[in-house]
Design a binder for this molecule. Structure first.
Ligand code: NI
Length: 360
């Protein structure tokens, strides 16, 4: 009987011991996971509280202003990389720029700056980058960290400004063929500009987001495709603002350019529209012929450097033409860029209210 009790005690003890060992191992692994997942923390920065910053600052700065400013971040590609611009935060000592490449787990701190813009020159064509920014107040004791900005996500494509380039543009969409066109653009690292109609955007929201993600440009083609030259100032503004609001809700900023329906512009339109106005110099007449081969031919026989080519992403024939024209233009040495990229690479600053039919 004694031996039996001894055996039980021994078994009980070894169970407790094994249990404790497991518990300790579990704690250690949870702790190490927690520590390694904190990649968002700058390795040198010691976080301090608002109170300690307030108490130690000589001028008794208003910390609330710093803490309550939301940072809106936007992203534009340029000749040297991605240009980030963000809200200026009062009392910050610097901004921290965080980035991750699509597929990576955590964000990495890639740089700090005192300006409210930053150019990331370390981007590579074909990668999709995600950015976020925060403001910090740095002091001897450590740093006070503000909230992160919105995240922005975009594919980077580098273009050679010394080589030929054209801007494919699509009006009246998005529509049911837009996604096929986007897939083809993405495959060839090509960009295009989509002059969207507000009334169409409602039904194809994901297409607009995809356009933005792969680096295409979203311009406005008004809300209802009305001839702006017969509208009042208020009517023109209404058509543009309604569409801008919708676009901003999807991609975080308004349409960059305007293409007036029918290309119709007068002095009132130019004055009221606070955007560069873009028409075209190559008309594929895709809407009239509804022929993929004629649309293709109309581009191939007249294309030259700096052209702005007009198409409509709402016809099956146009989609079929695009699937052929993208590789064909690339083979001829053309780079396919957005209208704003065309201007940027050609060194031309687009002005609000001015009309551009080609950029050379
Ligand atoms: Ni149109």
């Amino acid at each position: 009987m004694k031996k039996f009790i001894k055996e039980i005690n021994f078994k009980l003890l070894s169970c407790v011991f094994a249990g404790l060992l497991l518990f300790v191992l579990l704690c250690v692994s949870i702790l190490s996971i927690l520590l390694t997942s904190k990649t968002e923390q700058s390795p040198i920065a010691k976080k301090v509280s608002a109170d300690s910053v307030y108490a130690s600052s000589e001028e008794q700065i208003d910390i609330n202003n710093f803490l309550n400013t939301d940072i809106a971040l936007s992203l534009q590609p340029n000749t040297s990389g991605f240009k980030l611009e963000y809200t200026a935060v009062p009392n910050r000592t610097e901004y921290e720029i965080y980035r991750k490449i699509k597929g990576e787990k955590g964000f990495t701190l890639i740089g700090t700056t005192q300006k409210n813009k930053y150019i990331d020159k370390t981007v590579i064509t074909g990668n999709i980058y995600i950015y976020k920014v925060r403001a910090v107040i740095k002091q001897k004791e450590g740093q006070l960290e503000g909230e992160f900005s919105n995240k922005v996500k975009k594919k980077y494509v580098w273009f050679d400004k010394n080589k030929k380039m054209v801007a494919l543009t699509f009006d009246d969409g998005p529509g049911k063929y837009t996604n096929k066109i986007l897939k083809c653009l993405d495959k060839y690292d090509a960009h295009a500009t989509f002059f969207v109609l507000g009334c169409q955007v409602k039904d194809f929201k994901s297409a607009v987001k995809k356009e933005d993600l792969i680096g295409c440009e979203i311009g406005s083609h008004t809300y209802d495709h009305l001839n702006l030259t017969v509208l009042s100032k208020k009517g023109i503004k209404n058509q543009v603002n309604k569409t801008d609001k919708l676009i901003k809700s999807l991609i975080g900023h308004k349409a960059t350019l305007l293409r007036p329906p029918y290309g119709a512009v007068n002095s009132t339109v130019k004055k009221v529209i606070k955007k560069p106005i873009v028409t075209w110099d190559v008309d594929t007449r895709d809407w009239a012929t509804k022929s993929a081969s004629k649309t293709y031919d109309n581009i191939i026989k007249s294309v030259s450097d700096g052209d702005i080519i007009l198409m409509h992403d709402i016809y099956s024939s146009t989609k079929n033409a695009v699937l052929k024209i993208i590789p064909a233009l690339k083979k001829k040495g053309y780079q396919l860029v957005t209208v704003s990229e065309l201007a940027e690479y050609k060194g031309i600053k687009l002005k609000n209210g001015e009309v551009y039919r080609e950029i050379n």
